[in-house]
Ligand binder design. Structure first.
Ligand SMILES: [Zn+2]
Length: 326
C-alpha cells in the first residue's frame, strides 16, 4: 500500500494514477470557489467546493457560511440561505431544486433521489436527474463527488472518520453498481478540501478502526479488540495510552500503512483523504482527484470544526460541496 506524494497509489501491487493537476481557486460572482481539474473535463457536469470567501454571513461565520444546522440563530440561518442562493446563481443552477440530506449523521448510508425525494439522514446522495443540484456541508470532513461519465449519474458523499471507517466511498460505488448498473471503470471521483494529517491527531480507537478499513489481518483484529477493551481509570490512562500508541505505530509500519498515518508528538495523525482514495481505487474506479487544501491550515479559506474546537475559537461555519447534472 502506498500513496506517494498524492500522485500515485498502489493497490494490489498495481500502480494507479491519481490526477496530478493543481486545484485552482476561481472567483465567480464575488464568490471564491475550488474546482477539481478532473471533474472540470466534463461539459455536462457542474460542481464546486465553496470557501468562506464571499457572501454575507457575520463573524464568527464570516462570510460564506452555508450551514444552517450548526446554529439556531435565525439571522445566521437567513444569511446561509441567501449564500446558497448566491452559489446557485454563480453556477447557473436552479436554487428552487437544490437538495441535501436532512442531517449528515456519519453513517455509510446512500440513497437515490429518484426513490427518496427527501433523502433524510444519510451521508451519500445519488441522482440521475438533470438540473437537480445536490449539496452537503462540511467543516473538516471529506467531501467526495463521484461521477459516472458513461451513464451520467452522480453521487455526493460526506465522509468523516466514522464514515471512512465504515467505507462509505465503497458503499456508494457498490450502490451505483447495483442500483444504476454503473461500471467501476466509468467512475471518476473528486476528493475536496478536508482536514489533512498535518492537523488531525486522533485517538487509538479511531486509528485501529481506520486501519481495519484498509486491511484485515489477525494481528490487527486482535489490536482492535485490545483497544475496545481498553478502559483504564484516568490516573493510569497516560502511560497505558503511550504504550498502546507505540504498539499501533509498530503495526502500521509492519503492515506498510505509513502513507495513511503519521506519528505525531503524542498521537498518531490520520490522512482521511488518502484512506478514502485507497478504498475507491481498490474497487477499480478509473481516476481519483485529490486536493491538498487542508481546511484546518487554511484559516483564511475554510471553516474547520477541529480548529475552532481545539483552539477554543467557538462556533464556526460550514463550506459546501455541490454537484449537478446538466
Ligand atoms: Zn493542516
Amino acid at each position: 500500500m502506498n500513496v506517494s506524494g498524492m500522485n500515485t497509489i498502489i493497490v494490489d501491487k498495481k500502480e494507479k494514477a491519481l490526477t496530478k493537476d493543481e486545484w485552482v481557486l476561481e472567483e465567480r460572482n464575488g464568490l471564491v470557489l475550488v474546482f477539481s481539474p478532473l471533474l472540470n473535463k466534463y461539459p455536462n457536469f457542474v460542481h464546486a467546493f465553496t470557501t468562506r470567501l464571499g457572501g454575507q454571513s457575520k463573524p464568527p461565520f464570516d462570510s460564506f457560511n452555508v450551514g444552517i444546522n450548526n446554529t439556531t440563530d435565525e439571522e445566521t440561518r437567513k444569511d446561509a440561505r441567501h449564500n446558497k442562493a448566491l452559489l446557485c446563481q454563480a453556477l447557473n443552477l436552479p436554487f428552487q431544486h437544490l437538495i441535501t440530506a436532512k442531517r449528515l449523521v456519519h453513517s455509510a448510508d446512500v440513497v437515490m433521489l429518484e426513490t427518496h425525494s427527501d433523502p433524510g439522514e444519510v451521508d451519500g446522495i445519488a441522482t440521475r436527474t438533470r438540473l437537480r443540484p445536490v449539496y452537503m456541508t462540511f467543516a473538516d470532513c471529506v467531501p467526495m463527488i463521484v461521477y459516472d461519465q458513461a451513464k451520467h449519474i452522480l453521487c455526493l458523499i460526506h465522509a468523516g472518520w466514522r464514515g471512512t471507517a465504515g467505507g462509505i466511498g465503497k458503499e456508494a460505488v457498490q450502490f451505483m453498481m447495483e442500483k444504476c448498473d454503473s461500471k467501476a471503470n466509468d467512475l471518476v471521483v473528486a476528493i475536496g478540501p478536508a482536514i489533512d494529517s498535518c492537523c488531525y491527531p486522533v485517538g487509538v480507537d479511531v486509528v485501529v478502526k481506520l486501519m481495519a478499513s484498509l486491511i484485515s489481518t489477525d494481528e490487527l483484529l486482535k489490536m482492535v479488540e485490545a483497544v475496545e477493551a481498553f478502559k483504564q481509570p484516568c490516573s493510569e490512562l497516560k502511560d497505558e495510552l503511550k504504550n498502546m500508541t507505540g504498539k499501533i505505530w509498530d503495526l502500521i509500519n509492519k503492515l506498510n500503512l505509513t502513507d495513511f498515518f503519521k506519528l505525531g508528538e503524542t498521537q498518531i495523525h490520520v490522512d482521511l483523504k488518502a484512506i478514502n482514495a485507497y478504498q475507491l481505487l481498490d474497487l477499480n474506479v478509473s481516476d481519483v482527484d485529490i486536493t491538498n487544501f487542508c481546511t484546518s491550515c487554511k484559516k483564511d479559506l475554510f471553516y474547520s470544526y477541529r480548529r475552532s474546537y481545539v483552539c477554543g475559537e467557538g462556533p464556526t461555519g460550514r463550506q459546501a460541496a455541490i454537484a449537478c447534472l446538466v
